[in-house]
Write a protein that binds this ligand. Structure first.
Ligand code: 13P
Length: 247
């Protein structure tokens, strides 16, 4: 039985003042059987650590450099994230892919860099609306996963998470139906089964894209949906806690 995971992705939001109450409320409010994490902007990692250390809630970052060190102005390495006791790091979020040029190759390198530093990468995959309408959702998601498999191998996914986030569902209020999401999750798991039954059965597959308190339970009730990656609703403690409770 896979343990559910609910991860918040704060994106470019927050302030020291605003985070204080949110982190405290999440720390105090999380109960039950699911794992819970928050992926905060880099400058707030120390704050998240101070607020959450000793609780069941873990923290992480939203991106990581593919490079370990050196002349890469503006980058943050995996070992720096490990210094702040991060558990998770997102790689290949659709906003990184579409606005910052993270190609499949770059994403594969970031995934590997995260693991070298002892972090658990959350590999984000998903199709655009045009790709869905063209009927190539499966091809797109498979291509995004193949790049990482080719670089790291299937066993690397024994300590990784995959998040399916259809681009058309992110921040739009338009959630994939539980059936649409389950269909892609099943396809992803089947791809891993080809290489390793054991890795596939243990791999946590999160759904992300307009997950809210009122649709979380139905999504998380699907056989291959092992939790969620939550954007907007992770910024409101009450909403995020309700989603965690649904898991
Ligand atoms: P929303 O929950 O705001 O749609 O964002 C999803 C997401 O991109 C999480 O990474």
């Amino acid at each position: 039985m896979r343990r559910k995971l609910v991860a918040g992705n704060w994106k470019l939001n927050g302030s020291l003042a605003a985070n204080k109450g949110l982190l405290q409320a999440v720390r105090d409010g999380v109960k039950g059987q699911a794992d819970v994490a928050v992926c905060v902007p880099y400058p707030y990692l120390a704050q998240a650590r101070a607020a959450l250390e000793g609780s069941s809630v873990t923290w992480g970052a939203q991106d990581v450099s593919e490079h370990a060190q050196g002349a890469w102005t503006g980058e943050v390495s995996g070992s720096m994230l490990a210094d702040f006791a991060c558990r998770y790091v997102l790689v290949g979020h659709s906003e990184r892919r579409s606005f910052f040029g993270d190609t499949d190759t770059v994403v594969a390198a970031k995934f590997a860099a995260a693991q070298v530093a002892g972090l658990t990468p959350v590999l984000c995959v998903g199709e655009t609306l045009a790709e869905r309408e063209a009927g190539i959702t499966g091809e797109v998601v498979t291509r995004q996963i193949e790049a990482v498999l080719a670089n790291s191998g299937v066993d690397a996914f024994a300590s990784a998470v995959v998040a399916y986030e259809p681009v058309w569902a992110i921040g739009t209020g338009r959630t994939a139906s539980p059936e649409q999401a389950q269909e892609v999750h099943a396809l992803i798991r089947a791809r891993f089964e080809r290489d390793s039954q054991q890795v596939a059965s243990g791999l946590r597959l999160l759904y992300g894209g307009s997950v809210k308190a009122n649709n979380a339970a139905e999504l998380f009730g699907q056989p291959d949906i092992d939790g969620g990656l939550i954007g907007g609703a992770s910024l409101v403690a009450e909403d995020f806690l309700a989603i965690c409770a649904a898991a």
